[in-house]
Design a protein around this ligand. Structure first.
Ligand code: ADP
Ligand code: MG
Length: 271
């Protein structure tokens, strides 16, 4: 698997907002047929990293390579044209529109040409239905408004849409953050399917358990830097959870608590 050429590569990426260094010296590899999990606490720089990958922000310095070539993406459209699709947490779906209509949102199929052309409703319905089924997504009714679907199903419709429109790299921004166990399972299964279909997946999360279920490689960000970058073989679920919980800081706290060095809240002052 690891002999695949990288689809995306970041080399020494920095991003500053004024004097805030959101990212410093970030290296990242995204390969086809692999799920790269990016983890980190709030403020670690995950969203900033996604926005750079997605073409929304230019890096302050460093290199961004697509298929081994340095690029300077100037918009998400440009990223999309290169097959880099991002599914944000607040999905770009229209709740009141049917599933099939959302599937083709912004890329509607038309019959005829010019001002008299009409939406090709029949073809869009059929394709959306076939594609969703082909990807193992069983929705009761693709004419139902997207707003009626569960959170997990909505994520999956957005992912299926990206794949249908030619994504080679799929960037998922905390797709399971707002979901319960069962719905998270729906999404994680789909992440797995996207990897098996040969896509390079970047899965952003702060849930180490979800990450370990699907990840091939784990990158932990801390205060804008890569704290850890390891393949699955070299990181157990416990180690991953431990790192995410604060790693060595947590050990220190644990030792202090064991010694009783940290006073309890009830203890009166000066006791
Ligand atoms: P995460 O998604 O991991 O929570 P972010 O990438 O959102 O982290 O933020 C990383 C750091 O950069 C934070 O300190 C945040 O306040 C800062 N930051 C993010 N975006 C901006 C911005 N547009 N302007 C100024 N500071 C920002
Ligand atoms: Mg964020």
């Amino acid at each position: 698997m690891n002999d695949h050429e990288p689809l995306l590569e970041l080399r020494g990426i920095d991003k500053s907002f004024g004097n805030i260094h959101a990212l410093s010296g970030i290296d990242l590899l995204v390969r086809a047929g692999e799920v790269t999990c990016v983890l980190g606490d709030n403020g670690a720089g995950k969203s900033t990293l996604i926005k750079i990958l997605a073409g929304l922000y230019p890096p302050s310095s460093g290199e961004y390579l697509v298929d081994g070539e340095p690029v300077a993406l100037s918009s998400p459209r440009e990223a999309l044209d290169r097959g880099i699709a991002t599914v944000y947490q607040d999905l770009a779906l229209v709740r009141l529109m049917p599933v099939w209509r959302n599937f083709f949102l912004g890329s509607e199929l038309r019959r005829g040409r010019g001002p008299l052309s009409m939406l090709d409703t029949a073809r869009m319905r059929t394709i959306a239905d076939t594609e969703l089924r082909r990807m193992g997504i069983d929705l009761p009714d693709i004419d139902a408004p997207v707003g009626n679907l569960s959170g997990g199903q909505r994520q999956v419709v957005a992912i299926a849409r990206a794949v249908y429109f030619g994504a080679r790299v799929l960037i998922l921004d905390e797709p399971t953050a707002a979901l319960g166990v069962k719905q998270s399972g729906v999404v994680l299964r789909y992440v797995d399917a996207a990897r098996d279909a040969g896509l390079g997946v970047v899965f952003i999360t702060h849930n180490p358990h979800h990450a370990h279920m699907v990840g091939d490689r784990f990158v932990i960000l801390k205060l804008g830097r890569v704290e850890l970058d390891r393949p699955r073989e070299r990181l157990s679920p416990d180690q991953l959870a431990h790192h995410m919980a604060g790693g060595s800081e947590l050990d220190t706290l644990q030792r202090e608590l064991d010694r009783g060095a940290v006073p309890s809240a009830q203890e009166p002052k000066g006791a």
